[in-house]
Design a protein around this ligand. Structure first.
Ligand SMILES: Nc1ncnc2c1ncn2[C@@H]1O[C@H](COP(=O)(O)OP(=O)(O)O)[C@@H](O)[C@H]1O
Ligand SMILES: O=C(O)C1=C[C@@H](OP(=O)(O)O)[C@@H](O)[C@H](O)C1
Length: 346
């Protein structure tokens, strides 16, 4: 059953995030209603009528159907996109697809930066396959999990398998690849990824620590708390002491044990010690070692920059869809640089 809607809308083909902060001039106030009516999200096909200058707003005609859009994008659980976001995502992906020319997209970034989440969205809108290099390593080691591989054979073994996996992937096309957070440390891996387009998801460490702590560190051996070395334990302990000390200073400047106004909060101390703080400390140490390497990527998606453009106080409420749109825009910027001219005029 087709939803019978025909929408005419003005929106920005350029879609810089400053513009989508303000939303297209015709938002779709009935999108929620349609969702409720049909129990499905709505999708749209675009036939953009381009102007010669791609930076200008263009008029687009959209006809809607809830059947024609890859369902998982629009039904992605906790982060369902708005209809206009889904439209922008679809339109931008179709616009740049020919210029990607079948090359693989490699997502790089720290653990928890959203490589898997964003990668799945990108693969769906581009009509590419999605693959996670960690999963391929696991398959290559007879289904052994990454955590077990680290445990049984050590990190060096894992890194060798990761490099082999990236080498194999460099022969492939039409794939979005979520790489492991540490893939960037070996120059040879960059040589393989250079066959495609690499995109760095740059997420503040505090946000990573929050995300990872929410799901636990079991599957990420480099962050797992049981494996803490003395340095990490001392760093976390120092952070805890500082946290307690500042927490015990009352608003009137006096010092006391009524931490955060009640005794119950004292029970939170062990939790504070073992989860986000420790994760943050470990992420900071990894960042010191490899932060610079991420900058080798062809495109960078900075969540802080997206938040600033959208007028958000921090990155917490940036949805995967908004981040995926920014990824497409940054890929487009790379392609334009590569071609030395405006994509729309190619
Ligand atoms: N934009 C976002 N906002 C909030 N949480 C997110 C966002 N993107 C991903 N997450 C969550 O963060 C965690 C790590 O994401 P994931 O895609 O697995 O990262 P990676 O593959 O880079 O390790 C997951 O629990 C995921 O649901
Ligand atoms: O940062 C790292 O060194 C690692 C990141 C992990 O992948 P994700 O980034 O997908 O969590 C995984 O490859 C392994 O645990 C090592």
């Amino acid at each position: 059953m087709e939803v019978k809607i025909a929408l005419k809308m003005q929106f920005s083909a350029c879609i810089d995030t400053d513009k989508f902060a303000r939303r297209p001039s015709v938002s779709l106030p009935f999108s929620q209603k349609l969702r409720e009516q049909h129990g499905h999200p709505i999708s749209c096909h675009f036939q953009p009528r381009r102007t010669s200058n791609w930076q200008k707003h263009v008029a687009s005609e959209a006809s809607g159907s809830y059947r024609n859009f890859p369902a998982p994008i629009l039904e992605s659980g906790s982060f369902p996109p708005s209809l206009d976001e889904a439209l922008i995502l679809k339109d931008k992906s179709q616009e740049i697809l020919p210029y990607i020319d079948g090359r693989c997209i490699y997502l790089v970034g720290m653990m928890g930066s959203g490589k898997t989440t964003i990668g799945k969205i990108l693969s769906e809108v581009l009509g590419y396959s999605f693959c996670d290099s960690d999963t391929l390593v696991e398959l290559a080691v007879k289904g052994t999990s990454v955590a077990e591989i680290f445990n049984l054979y050590g990190e060096g073994f894992f890194r060798n398998k990761e490099t082999e996996t990236l080498q194999n992937l460099s022969l492939m096309r039409h794939m979005v690849v979520s790489t492991g957070g540490g893939a960037v440390v070996r120059p040879i891996n960059w040589k393989y990824m250079a066959k495609g387009i690499s995109v760095w998801l740059d997420v503040p460490l505090e946000a990573l620590a929050r995300r990872i702590s929410a799901v636990g560190t079991n599957s990420r051996p480099l962050l797992h708390h049981d494996s803490g070395d003395a340095y990490n334990r001392v760093s976390s302990f120092s952070a805890l002491v500082l946290y307690c000390y500042t927490g015990c200073i009352r608003q009137d400047g006096s010092f006391g044990l009524d931490f955060m106004g009640n005794q119950l909060s004292l029970g939170l101390f062990p939790l504070l010690l073992s989860t986000p703080l420790q994760t943050l400390t470990r992420l900071s140490n990894l960042w010191k070692e490899r932060g610079d390497a991420y900058a080798n990527a062809n495109a960078r998606v900075s969540l802080e920059e997206i938040a600033a453009k959208l007028g958000h106080r921090d990155v917490t409420n940036l949805t995967p869809t908004v981040i995926a749109i920014e990824a497409l825009l940054q890929i487009e910027a790379f392609l334009k640089g590569e071609n030395g001219m405006d994509i729309a005029t190619l």
